[in-house]
Write a protein that binds this ligand. Structure first.
Ligand code: ZN
Length: 269
């Protein structure tokens, strides 16, 4: 943030607070807050404050408006910080967006979905797991790995096609997802499944900042094994994985996940 943008930035923070009860932890400024009183740019840009607002708007619209969004998600604090290789983290009503790179609308919606889940006592992700016919079992995961039925390199993942642990139960948590998620990896579990399902719901069949990614999530299963997916730039055995992820008629709104999120979002409004 440049010093000349200070007033506009303050207006943006006020708007985030008024519209969505979102507080951004300010890391820019000068005066008593900084060691020598000199101006500090911080990590945020004005464009990112706008992107944050626009992304939350998309999510709030999916809830049928900000009142329902506020009731279900509650107050949230957003900051930037060093969190390693992933794009965001969400816990205790706080979202940390990675300072290593900028964020997109998908990341924002995904992290806010975690806070919504947290607000439900993590019941939403448990209900999603049950509703879609999934379960979590480290034991059955171990059995699958032991019997060499996992898409892994023995007991752990490798960064090559067909070995990233995308099949049910072949992830670190032993999460056997049910029905058809839009994708899966070694870190997949019911909590990530819920957050990704919300992001897919917001983007799918719409024309917004999440829609290209939502479409690309599904269309990659039409690729042949060993092809590079043009959106995510990953080479994998897409045709082989299609039976786990490609929804009926290529239409994600036919999945149980889509129905579950739709129901939970529009409940009680
Ligand atoms: Zn997540």
């Amino acid at each position: 943030m440049e010093q000349a943008e200070l007033a506009i930035a303050a207006e943006r923070l006020a708007r985030l607070s008024a519209d969505f009860h979102v507080a951004v932890l300010r890391d820019w400024g000068s005066g008593e807050e900084t060691p020598d009183g000199a101006w500090q740019n911080g990590l945020w840009s004005l464009a990112e404050l706008d992107r944050l607002h626009d992304s939350i708007s998309l999510l709030a619209n999916s809830f049928g408006g900000s009142e329902s969004f506020l009731n279900k998600v509650g107050s949230v604090t957003v900051k930037k910080g060093e969190i390693g290789s992933h794009g965001g983290e969400a816990l205790h009503g706080r979202i940390t967006l990675s300072s290593a790179s900028s964020f997109n609308a998908w990341t924002v919606v995904h992290e806010f979905a975690h806070i919504w889940d947290e607000n439900s006592g993590w019941q939403l992700s448990r209900q999603l797991e049950r509703y879609t016919g999934g379960y979590t079992s480290r034991f059955f995961s171990w059995v699958k790995k032991y019997l060499r039925l996992a898409d892994l390199n023995g007991f752990t993942k490798a960064e090559e096609p067909g070995k990233r642990g995308r099949k049910p139960g072949c992830n670190a948590r032993g999460y056997f997802y049910g029905d058809k998620p839009s994708g899966s990896n070694y870190s997949f579990n019911r909590v990530e499944d819920f957050a990704e399902s919300v992001a897919m719901y917001v983007g799918w069949g719409n024309d917004n900042a999440l829609s290209d990614q939502a479409r690309a999530r599904i269309s990659r299963y039409e690729l042949a094994d060993g092809e590079v997916d043009p959106f995510f730039r990953t080479k994998d055995n897409w045709a082989e994985y299609a039976k786990y992820f490609d929804p009926e008629g290529g239409d994600y709104s036919k999945t149980k996940r889509w129905r579950f999120v739709e129901h939970e979002m529009t409940r009680g409004i």
